[in-house]
Design a protein around this ligand. Structure first.
Ligand code: SOE
Length: 388
């Protein structure tokens, strides 16, 4: 029998759109018991919000998130906001007993992440941090091969998350480039994804060394339409402000299991739009993934006879690959938005079947600890242990 899960979304920009689509698609493609009801959308700009709600089918709109999180007709609070707002909203939602689907990165600091986890644990709700790339079928395949021992003992992780949307010095000073709203630059925004994947595929991180770099220190103030990846039109302001986050981050880590890893995160990799790659090398083989070819996993097996060894490309679109059976026949590839649908499906199942879902606030806190240790290392020039 189908039940309802009434969702409130807070935030209506890039992630608001990705999440709305996921709530809509989940029950169409997957067999879930509770069907999401898009109850209320919350944002500050009334006119933009009205159009957003109409387009995606949100029943109502509201400009005050405090009213939304305590509504009796809301079961789930979806936090699609910039990270400086996560802690306050998540804590209030948890105290009101709502399940929480929260965008990454979890929070600005370890202290905030700890407060969120504490509130969620006290409330006995389902809580999830949306590191959506875990739910690409090819990434799930990587995990499966590791669990099956096909890679053997892991020696190396190499992650690089590269974008280029702020190479132009005239790209405006949007919220991603200010410490008070973003906390960090690509170190938190992009490395958080890579650290989450490394936790998922390799294991916990014990120590961190990190170097950050700044290339463009001042930028024109943004116009109203500016946002992530979007300068918001051609009119460049004559007023400038200071960029207060790093432009690139290079981190190296020791894992608790003895593996070592490197993480590169930048928005200055000309020509790389959203290139999220990792490589894993072990005693029995190797793996490589590139989000720009997200249906594929590269796999090398050392266990095969040497004359046939080499990296092969597996197209992760067989019914035996995670999630794919519910979409299309083999070879009919899926895209970025599907990873969000998969996350929503697993989140709803976790609620219905009272299962835990990962990454949750506990995993988000662990990730935040690694990133914060990275910043401490960049400031001090020393290796920093991660206090798990
Ligand atoms: C901007 O760098 C951004 O939108 C990130 O915030 C997302 O998490 C990433 O998936 C795409 O790029």
């Amino acid at each position: 029998m189908s039940k309802q899960l009434r969702v409130a979304i807070i935030g209506s920009r890039f992630m608001g759109k990705a999440h709305s689509n996921a709530w809509l698609q989940a029950g169409r493609f997957f067999d879930i018991v509770s069907q999401p009801v898009l109850k209320v959308a919350c944002g500050r700009d009334k006119e933009f919000l009205r159009e957003f709600a109409e387009r995606w089918g949100w029943e109502q709109t509201e400009t005050d998130w405090r009213k939304v999180v305590v509504r009796d007709d809301v079961d789930v609070v979806d936090i699609s906001l910039p990270q400086h707002l996560h802690c306050e909203v998540a804590t209030a939602a948890a105290q009101a007993g709502k399940h929480i689907f929260c965008e990454k990165p979890m929070a600005l600091t370890v202290a905030e992440a700890q407060a969120m986890l504490q509130a969620a644990q006290g409330a006995r709700i389902k809580h999830y941090i949306n590191h959506n790339y875990r739910r690409c079928p090819a990434v799930q395949l990587a995990r499966r091969l590791i669990e099956e021992g096909k890679i053997g003992r892991i020696f190396h992780w190499r992650g690089a998350y590269q974008q280029d949307w702020i190479v132009d010095p005239d790209f405006p000073l949007t919220w991603h480039l200010r410490k008070e709203t973003a906390g960090t630059g690509p170190h938190g925004d992009l490395n958080s994804h890579s650290v989450d994947l490394a936790h998922y595929l390799v294991g916990d991180i014990a120590t961190v060394g990190c170097l950050t770099a700044s290339f463009v220190r001042t930028r024109p103030l943004p116009s109203k339409g500016a946002g992530t990846f979007d300068a918001g039109g051609s009119s460049t302001s004559t007023e400038f402000g200071e960029v207060t986050v790093e432009d690139a981050s290079l981190m190296n880590v020791e894992f608790t299991n003895g593996a070592v890893g490197s993480f590169e995160a930048t928005r200055f990799a000309s020509g790389r739009k959203n290139r999220n790659t990792f490589e894993i090398y072990g005693s029995n083989g190797g793996l490589a993934f590139d989000l720009e070819r997200m249906n594929e996993l590269q796999y090398h097996s050392r266990v095969e006879p040497d004359y046939v060894q080499g990296f092969r490309t597996i197209l992760a679109t067989e019914p035996s690959h995670s999630y794919i059976r519910n979409w299309w026949p083999p070879g009919h590839i899926i895209g970025y938005e599907h990873s969000f649908v998969h996350a929503v499906v697993d989140f709803i199942n976790a609620i219905d079947k009272d299962l835990s879902i990962e990454p949750n606030f506990f995993d988000g806190l662990k990730c935040t600890k690694v990133l914060e240790a990275g910043l401490q290392s960049a400031a001090s020039g020393k290796r920093v242990p991660v206090m798990l």
